[in-house]
Design a protein around this ligand. Structure first.
Ligand code: MOS
Length: 743
């Protein structure tokens, strides 16, 4: 039987998804139906609610209740009860808790009715009087009030800027060639296709079954227990499928609190589905103002890197990641210094969004590197090779593997980079200017503690269970591939259970860490199954494996097979029959070993071609090659899809995406996917994904994870291509045609 790992296996949940059999959080029903909650969002940005008049809403036939901070069921009073697994430092937002307004669009009431149409109509009848206070939503107005990040927890400390090294200011001042510029990335929103939704079902025994759109069912379960003083056995949270999260579902969102409040108030099953505009009140990629200083020798080696960043968060929580840290990690440079300040705005707390910190941070770094290459009259790839670092510059240690040189080489070859004329405005396609740009990408290869349960039946069918989510990345499929190979069974003899808080523990699915973590867990648990099978096999009279040791055995084609002598086998069925067992169950927890000696990262090289209409400034990204080094690729089809999606998002980041706030009102103006632009099919042309070979021994299968690396560096590659096409350097995203008007 050929292995499944490494093949382009189609999604095992694909048929369920395209036929509609796969159910999402808003699609679960109960006999007798559910009630529907509709949110009333605040229309002011900061202040308090003076009065709420719900009488007109209550008069609508079919309305069951209108919940507000005045009449809601009891909720916890302490911040710690609202802290979820990935909460930043601060005081988490509490929906319908009190009369305070912290951001525009904040949920202030929930109308619960027999149908969603009635609920939405009645929600429009709730009258609110506010007392408004002064507010600020503009990062540029708040930049002088920004304060250095100050971690008050160990989690916060993980994301503080890295330690400086050498004397960056002095080295920068003394450098033969300098580049120093400011770059800006605006607030962006996740815009997953599936709307956030929670269906809370009241069970007959007083417990709750919650179907919630989330990247972490156990995180939501713990959170609900904290907020409502419940025990874990009182609430089961499920999220079997997710129509995109991208980080917006790492923390529990307010739809699940509101649905639970209503279910508790009415003792009825309740569903809350956000509208598309309401999705803009959940969290966002923080806007980032950053200044990069690069000092180099005339030979193109780096002498100094400085990276100063301001990112935005709410007034009540300090969300940040290590936005500046990528700069000093990637390139060899003895002198580096980082600073990171937070601008507190009257907005919801910012949050993780695909490759948080790296997508914006590396955009600035890789734009600056391109500008430095221009100043040095050096090919951008050559500059990066001269600055190549085989060691993690922060920790001064090697990487477990780093095949970035191969990414540059294979990416450049596939793109045809050697044919590039370095002169800006030198390449044309008819009336269009053509530009070629490149950039590097980097992300972490993390692993988390996880528990996997495998139940192997005598019929040769195995069920693999873990509470992880599959946020759409293909987790079901790679879990089945790894289980099939390690248990020696065909793929269709494996069933996967996930997205259920009652299953063995898993961290939230994020940080690109689930593939490596859960695969490691499956390998370990499958070994325990093998050991148990061997114990049974040895009991067979004249067993061919009587003297075999566990580590000389593999499971293949439904049998225990000796690696030394493939004629010595015992079938799974025989072992279990002789042992008199119908099923073998094993559950193992794996925690990645601390590896203080090496750093673990994934890398990429991105090459982009743009065509720019010289008269109109319209930019089209006509070609992208992304060459990725991410260890062993479990599934070349779903992995390539992840990178493709990341590249498409990078095109959006470069050219389209921007959350626009009318700062006079503190209100988002384009809170819909008609006016918040994301790339559509017509914006996406030829994208080629290359996985370079990268053996790694950090875990049994050499997996690194690649959910996020796809977006990193793409915006810089596009921006650099736009410069090459036009001679105009745009340092604030997105690169819209108005910014190219003077080319
Ligand atoms: Mo990802 S931003 O860790 O969901």
């Amino acid at each position: 039987m050929a292995p499944y790992i490494g093949t382009p296996t189609s999604r095992i949940d694909g048929i369920a998804k395209v036929t509609g059999a796969a159910k999402y959080a808003a699609e679960f029903n109960v006999p007798g139906g559910v009630l529907y909650g509709s949110i009333v969002p605040s229309t002011i940005t900061k202040g308090r609610i003076v009065s709420l008049d719900t009488s007109a809403a209550m008069d609508v036939e079919g309305v069951m209740t209108v919940l507000t901070h005045e009449n809601r069921p009891r909720m916890a009073g302490r911040d710690q009860d609202y802290k979820d697994d990935v909460a930043p430092d601060g005081s988490p937002f509490r929906p319908l808790y009190d009369d305070k307004i912290r951001f525009n669009g904040q949920p202030i009431a929930l109308v619960v009715a027999e149908t969603s149409e009635i609920a939405r109509f009645a929600a429009s009848l709730v009258r609110v009087e506010y007392e408004s206070e002064a507010y600020v939503t503009d990062v540029f107005r708040q930049r002088s009030a920004a304060i250095p990040v100050k971690a008050t927890s160990p989690e916060g400390a993980m994301f503080a800027p890295p330690k400086p090294r050498g004397d960056a200011a002095k080295a920068l001042a003394a450098a033969a060639v300098r580049h120093d510029a400011e770059y800006y990335v605006p607030i962006e929103h996740h815009n997953p296709m599936e709307l956030y939704a929670a269906t809370v079902i009241v069970e007959g025994d007083g417990t709750f079954t919650v179907y919630d759109k989330t990247q972490g069912v156990q995180n939501v379960q713990r959170y609900l227990c904290g907020v409502f003083g419940m025990k874990p056995e009182d609430v089961r949270v499920m999220s079997p499928f997710m129509g995109g999260g991208f980080g917006s579902g790492l923390r529990p969102q307010f739809e699940v609190v509101l649905a639970m409040l209503a279910a508790r108030a009415l003792q009825r099953s309740v569903r809350v589905v956000l509208t598309r505009p309401q999705m803009y009140a959940l969290g966002y990629r923080p806007a980032m103002i950053q200044r990069i200083g690069l000092g180099a020798t005339t030979g193109g080696t780096l002498e100094a890197i400085t990276h100063d960043a301001i990112t935005v968060t709410s007034q009540y929580e300090d969300f940040y990641r290590q936005e500046t840290g990528w700069s000093g990690l990637l390139y060899k440079c003895a002198n580096a210094k980082y600073a990171h300040q937070l601008a507190h705005l009257d907005l919801p707390t910012s949050c993780d969004m695909r490759a948080p910190s790296a997508a914006p941070g590396v955009y600035a770094l890789e734009s600056a590197m391109d500008e430095l290459a221009v100043a040095l009259k050096l090919d951008p790839v050559e500059l990066r090779l001269r600055c190549y670092s085989d060691r993690d510059q922060h920790e001064n240690r090697p990487f477990s593997s780093k095949a970035l040189r191969e990414c540059y080489r294979q990416g450049a070859d596939a793109f045809g980079w050697s044919k590039r004329n370095p002169e800006p405005r030198s390449m044309r396609d008819g009336s269009d200017l053509v530009g070629w740009g490149m950039a590097t990408g980097v992300w972490e290869a993390l692993q988390m503690p996880i528990t996997v349960r495998i139940v192997l039946g005598a019929n040769g069918h195995a069920e693999v269970a873990c509470a992880t989510s599959d946020i759409g990345t293909g987790t079901y499929t790679i879990m089945a591939q790894v289980a099939a190979d390690t248990l020696g069974l065909p793929l269709d003899s494996i069933s996967i259970k996930l997205g259920d808080s009652s299953l063995p523990q898993s961290p939230v699915e994020g940080g690109s860490w689930i593939a490596a973590s859960v695969a490691n867990g499956i390998v370990t648990t499958a070994e325990a199954i093998r050991d148990e099978l061997l114990r049974l096999a040895k009991q067979i009279p004249n067993s061919p494996l009587a003297n075999a040791s566990a580590d000389e055995l593999t499971l293949a084609d439904g049998q225990l097979v000796s690696k030394h002598d493939s004629a010595r086998t015992v079938s799974i069925a025989d072992a279990m029959r002789h042992g008199g067992v119908e099923r073998i169950e094993q559950e193992k927890t794996t925690s990645p070993a601390e590896d203080a000696a090496r750093s673990h990262n994934v890398h990429s090289a991105i090459f982009a071609e743009v065509n720019v209409d010289e008269q109109l400034g319209v930019v089209r990204v006509t070609r992208v090659v992304s060459a990725v080094a991410a260890g062993r690729i479990l599934n070349t089809k779903t992995a390539a899809s992840q990178i493709l999606g990341g590249v498409v998002w990078g095109i959006g980041m470069a050219l389209h995406e921007e959350t626009l706030i009318d700062h006079r009102f503190g209100r988002i103006m384009n809170a819909n996917i008609a006016e918040y632009h994301v790339p559509v099919n017509a914006d996406v042309h030829d994208i080629k994904v290359i996985f370079v070979d990268e053996p790694d021994d950090s875990n049994p299968l050499g997996i690194k994870g690649l959910g996020e690396i796809g977006i990193v560096g793409v915006a810089a590659a596009v921006a650099n291509a736009v410069y090459h096409a036009t001679g105009t350097r745009v340092r604030n995203l997105p690169i819209t045609l108005d910014k190219l008007h003077r080319m």
